[in-house]
Design a protein around this ligand. Structure first.
Ligand code: COA
Length: 204
């Protein structure tokens, strides 16, 4: 991956809870929580009542909760997050555990289906996702590591300990179970991987 910046919180080898790994503290203070939620609000049209924004704000609150250093503070914040998420995830059908490593500008384009992401997945910056998408394991351990500027179309799955490069487009109704290099599109089930002529430009 040639991405524009490091993946959030590390790489596939840097699995939360792995032996010797630092505790994962994605949003260590209120300032970073505020910045993350503000970013999600901007990406989702600056509308407080937008379900995608509420799902992401709840996810960020969960990230802040698991970042608490004091045991009691982490327990109280974690329980509060868990209770809140029962209602928010039940309503929005967006299931993203706070352990999932996600960069800035995660955009749920249509919050009108289900989105399910594994806690061990790592997703870069400016990720766009349609409805009815699963990013998870494939009959074994390990979840995808996804680069920057990636789009996943409606009704698609990205499964297993695979790497999706930067600027990849995954089509509608696609099942991806193998690595996809930078600047490619993956379409169909099983996915056909096609290099594009030249890099994608943002907005194309
Ligand atoms: C994958 C996608 C992003 C590709 O767009 P693109 O980069 O402009 O690529 P193209 O349209 O040039 O298609 C490239 C090839 O993939 C094929 N293809 C595109 N999307 C496909 C899909 N979902 N399934 C199977 N094949 C697909 C095209 O037929 C073409 O094949 P060919 O080269 O053999 O003719 C787009 O087709 C797509 O699936 N978008 C999903 C959008 C979505 O989820 N909308 C929901 C709205 S509610």
């Amino acid at each position: 991956m040639t991405g524009t910046g490091p993946l959030p919180g590390g790489t596939a080898g840097d699995v939360p809870g792995a032996a010797g790994a630092e505790p994962y503290r994605p949003l260590p203070d209120l300032r970073s929580l505020h910045a993350a939620i503000h970013g999600d609000w901007v990406v989702h049209g600056r509308r407080l009542q937008e379900p995608a924004f509420l799902a992401m704000a709840t996810f960020r609150f969960g990230q802040w909760a698991i970042s608490r250093q004091h045991r009691w503070s982490r327990a109280i914040a974690g329980k509060t997050y868990g209770l809140l998420n029962v209602f928010v995830a039940g309503w929005t059908r967006v299931f993203i555990p706070p352990q999932t490593r996600i960069g800035r500008e995660f955009h749920i384009v249509h919050c009108e289906g289900s989105i399910s992401i594994h806690p061990a997945a790592v997703i870069g910056e400016r990720f766009g996702v349609m409805h009815n998408v699963t990013i998870g394991t494939n009959m074994g351990p390990g979840a995808p590591v996804i680069g920057n500027d990636v789009f996943v179309g409606v009704n698609s799955c990205v499964l297993g300990a695979i790497r999706i490069g930067d600027r990849v487009r995954i089509g509608a109704n696609t099942a991806v179970t193998t690595d996809v290099p930078d600047d490619c599109i993956a379409v169909g089930s099983p996915a056909r991987i096609m290099p594009r002529l030249g890099p994608l430009s943002r907005g194309s």
